[in-house]
Write a protein that binds this ligand. Structure first.
Ligand code: CDP
Length: 252
């Protein structure tokens, strides 16, 4: 199955996606980390965020980004750019202020979405982002749109940023999230929006465990639907009424 978790900044997508991936034994892909990695590399190279963004799009096509799975004590997967670990650097306030500009460049999205589909195409996967249910994996079996009030999201993000050692205030964090929401929902290509078939989950006032349990319930329901959809195949005219041959049994 593919599990798509979309929503605005700080709604808890990556926390939930990691838990769900672990419980299902699936791969977890933090697509936001890829946009952040390109943004960090663009800032380091002094590329311009104004104009058509073509130099950043070229960078996105050629940049080596590696996402190693999360370790038992790490808060997320290790992110490597050009072979250098940048897991904390991509969460800096400066990257935060520029990442939505990077993500609005169509050439950047084309390059990263292609890579995301390749990675997710390898088997069971949980992806979180802004356009997973609408553009990256529109055929995903489970789609969740996870949100929370702006104040709650800002409180959660402030705690995270202070924990990482970044000296920021509540107002700064709140303004950054609001500005990112504005750019992400109004960009031309694949803006942030709830897919028609996504389940809306407002996590305001909910614990991590409660949200994860809700998403796991949706996964179990989807797995049940898939099983039921596949069951009639065992009784198609070709096979119905015939005892399965040993070869057939093995094949099943
Ligand atoms: O951690 P947070 O939820 O704040 O953001 P993120 O998931 O790391 O994503 C950072 C930014 O990347 C978002 O604000 C979007 O501008 C962009 N993004 C996107 O456009 N599409 C995605 N699938 C994932 C992220």
């Amino acid at each position: 199955m593919r599990v798509a978790i979309d929503g605005p900044s700080g709604a808890g997508k990556s926390t939930i996606a990691k838990i769900v991936a672990r419980e299902l034994g699936y791969l977890y892909l933090d697509t936001g980390a890829m946009y952040r990695a390109v943004t960090l590399a663009a800032l380091r190279r002094g590329l311009s965020f104004d104009g058509d963004g073509s130099s950043i799009a070229t960078l996105a096509e050629n940049l080596r980004i590696d996402l190693a799975p999360a370790g038992p004590n790490s808060s997320g997967p290790t992110v490597m750019v050009d072979g250098e670990p940048v897991t904390d650097q991509i969460r800096s306030p400066e990257v935060g202020r520029h990442v939505s500009l990077t993500a609005a460049i169509p050439g950047v999205r084309r390059a990263l979405v292609r890579r995301q589909r390749e990675i997710a195409g390898q088997g069971g996967a949980v992806l979180d982002g802004r356009d997973i249910g609408t553009a990256v994996l529109p055929e995903a079996e489970v789609k969740v749109f996870l949100t929370a009030s702006l104040d709650e999201r800002a409180r959660r993000r402030l705690k995270e940023q202070l924990g990482r050692g970044f000296g920021v205030t509540f107002d700064e964090v709140r303004n950054e999230l609001a500005e990112r929401d504005r750019i992400d929902t109004s960009r031309q290509m694949d803006p942030l929006r709830q897919a028609d078939d996504a389940v809306l989950l407002d996590s305001t006032g909910m614990t991590i465990e409660e949200v994860a349990a809700e998403v796991m319930k949706l996964c179990r329901q989807a797995a049940g639907r898939l099983e039921r959809a596949e069951a009639p195949r065992a009784g198609t005219p070709e096979t119905a009424g015939y005892p399965a041959t040993p070869e057939r049994k093995e094949g099943l």
